[in-house]
Ligand binder design. Structure first.
Ligand SMILES: [Zn+2]
Length: 577
């Protein structure tokens, strides 16, 4: 239990009584109190603080005294046998233990809870949310509360295993409640059990839930802060009911138990949107269930939202799902390279993949992904971090930036040993990347065998929809666009600026890009150290749309202006950064 400053102050407010109250309600002796009062006169410290430091009282003694002062019921003994196990169905045991609380009585209007800390308002709020009723608090000692938690949960667990065995697969409830905390006592035990596991995972900020069937038992483990921890075991008999219930939630085929399946479970917990990505794999004793728990936030990065579409989007999807290979995103600083990488990672952030990133700095925090921050002070460079990461054998590695031979070689090498690697690199276009790597003294054959694709991108501002209007086409416009006349029906736009766009004329950004997909012909060119121009020509023959081309298209579609195109395309990479 944590003693807050607030509590100590509260006791201190009644200086004359505190000593007497502690004498009366705790094992504090008169001599000890006098000694503390003496120290207080010299030091000016709070009396409670002194007594605690001297170990004359236990932190809980302070709470006890506060309860007497402000009339919160305090009980010495808890009648554990009188507690109905139904009442703890929706409270995970770890939650009860962490907050040292146990609900004991539920009526139509309210729920009475015994806690060690009546000022734990976070927990009281949680309970109000869970029960949707007012909460009455009674206080007892940590020893008594913990003992009650252990005994009541043990009794509940026995009941649950019994009913899971009895009910097996009937009553799986095809729809289920929308918010899992709304599941009442009338739901089937398996539903309440699965809900409580998910609730517990979210509460404990677990990123993965593993449920694995062994010879006699089904083992439940959570990954919290990258570390797997066993949380409970159940008899193997219960495994198939639990697996079926989870598959129902993900709308998977529950009859299919011999093939791996993937699915998603969108769920609400206490009003929070949670996205669970599920994968099932048949193993010896049943199906291994792995769930990745992702809290939905509003600014989820999606390639579509960033402006990728059509063939490029399809190719990026193809690249993201590879088991090995290196993909680089290139472009000037401030043109969204990292954002694109994270949108790609989000697409493949599923429970069957272990993803580790090394970044400088960590820009987005993503659940389910282990992120490492480069630290030059302690000499933790990209290369050094990468070496450490490889020992953990991840499936996907994201290296924030490639700027030296060591980092480049390790990334390419990692891909050869079965890792998928994403990184950024500084070049003006996609076709220059192989040569940039050769300039770093990387062997051409290594590049040729590992490189899967290169995306070059720029952010380009979009014309304000409120104030944009067609403009007269000038000779300069046509020159920039490299055409003699506008295609039929096409128009060029400009904007004057209006209150809506803050008189800037532009109201957002989108991406223009070129995606170089590495094929056999380009591989040969790389091995022969062909220049970027040749690589580009070959790629265009296979349908690569260049940055310039993509920008021209966006100008002709009226998304952006000729001026903006010139500005964005001609940004030169600043090598100093
Ligand atoms: Zn405007």
């Amino acid at each position: 239990m944590k003693l807050t400053e607030n509590m100590l102050q509260k006791v201190e407010g009644q200086k004359e009584k505190i000593g007497q109250l502690l004498l009366k309600h705790t094992s504090l002796s008169e001599d000890q109190l006098n000694e503390a009062l003496q120290i207080q006169r010299e030091s000016g410290l709070l009396i409670g603080e002194i007594l605690l430091k001297k170990n004359y009282i236990h932190p809980h003694d302070i709470v006890k005294v506060i309860c007497h002062q402000i009339d919160i019921p305090y009980i010495q003994e808890i009648d554990v046998d009188a507690i109905d196990v139904e009442i703890i169905q929706n409270i995970p045991i770890n939650y009860a233990k962490n907050h040292e609380l146990i609900p004991i009585i539920e009526t139509q209007k309210n729920v009475t809870v015994i806690m060690t800390d009546p000022f734990n308002f976070d927990a009281i709020n949680d309970l109000r949310e869970i029960f949707k009723k007012d909460i009455n608090v009674i206080v007892s000692s940590p020893l008594k509360v913990n003992d009650a938690i252990n005994r009541v949960y043990e009794r509940a667990n026995k009941n649950m295993v019994q009913s899971l065995e009895d009910n097996f697969e009937d009553n799986l409830d095809l729809d289920g409640p929308i918010d899992i905390l709304d599941a009442g006592a009338d739901e089937a035990p398996v539903i309440r059990f699965v809900n409580s596991i998910i609730f517990r995972a979210v509460k404990e900020r677990a990123t993965d839930i593993h449920i694995e069937p062994y010879e006699k038992e089904s083992v439940y483990r959570f990954r919290i802060n990258r570390v797997m921890t066993e949380i409970l075991r159940q008899p193997l008999k219960t495994h198939s009911a639990v697996a079926s219930r989870i598959k129902v939630m993900a709308k998977l085929d529950i009859a299919e138990k011999r093939l791996p399946q993937d699915g998603r479970i969108p769920i609400k917990i206490a009003g929070k949107d949670i996205d669970i990505r599920l994968s099932t794999v048949p193993v010896g004793n049943g199906e291994r269930i792995v769930m990745r728990v992702l809290e939905k936030n509003n600014n989820i990065l999606r390639l579509e939202n960033l402006g990728f579409h059509g063939q490029v989007l399809a190719d990026l999807d193809d690249l993201s799902s590879r088991k090995h290979g290196v993909v680089y995103v290139s472009g000037p600083t401030g043109h969204g390279k990292t954002t694109t990488l994270f949108a790609m990672l989000d697409r493949i952030n599923t429970p069957d993949r272990m993803i580790i990133t090394v970044e400088d700095p960590v820009e987005y925090e993503i659940q389910g992904i282990s992120q490492i921050q480069v630290n030059h002070k302690i000499d933790l460079s990209f290369a050094k971090a990468l070496r450490a990461i490889l020992r953990q054998n991840p499936d996907v590695i994201m290296v924030g930036e490639t700027r030296d031979q060591e980092t480049a070689e390790m990334a390419l090498q990692a891909s050869l040993t079965g890792h998928f690697v994403l990184s950024t690199i500084h070049t003006n276009d996609a076709s220059s990347v192989p040569n940039r790597l050769i300039d770093m003294d990387v062997q051409p054959f290594m590049i040729a065998s590992s490189l899967a694709g290169v995306l070059a991108q720029r952010l380009i501002r979009t014309l304000c929809k409120e104030c944009k209007k067609p403009k007269k086409v000038t000779k300069y416009d046509l020159e920039v666009l490299g055409i003699d006349a506008l295609p039929k029906g096409a128009e060029l736009f400009e904007s004057q600026g209006c209150p809506k766009c803050d008189y800037k004329g532009y109201d957002g950004v989108t991406v223009v890009c070129e995606l170089l997909m590495i094929n056999d012909e380009i591989r040969t060119l790389i091995i022969n150290k062909a220049d970027a121009g040749k690589v580009k020509k070959a790629a265009q023959r296979y349908g690569m749309k260049t940055l310039r081309h993509d920008a021209i298209e966006k100008v002709l579609m009226g998304i952006t202006s000729v001026d903006e195109m010139v500005r964005a395309i001609n940004v030169e990479e600043n090598e100093e950064e």
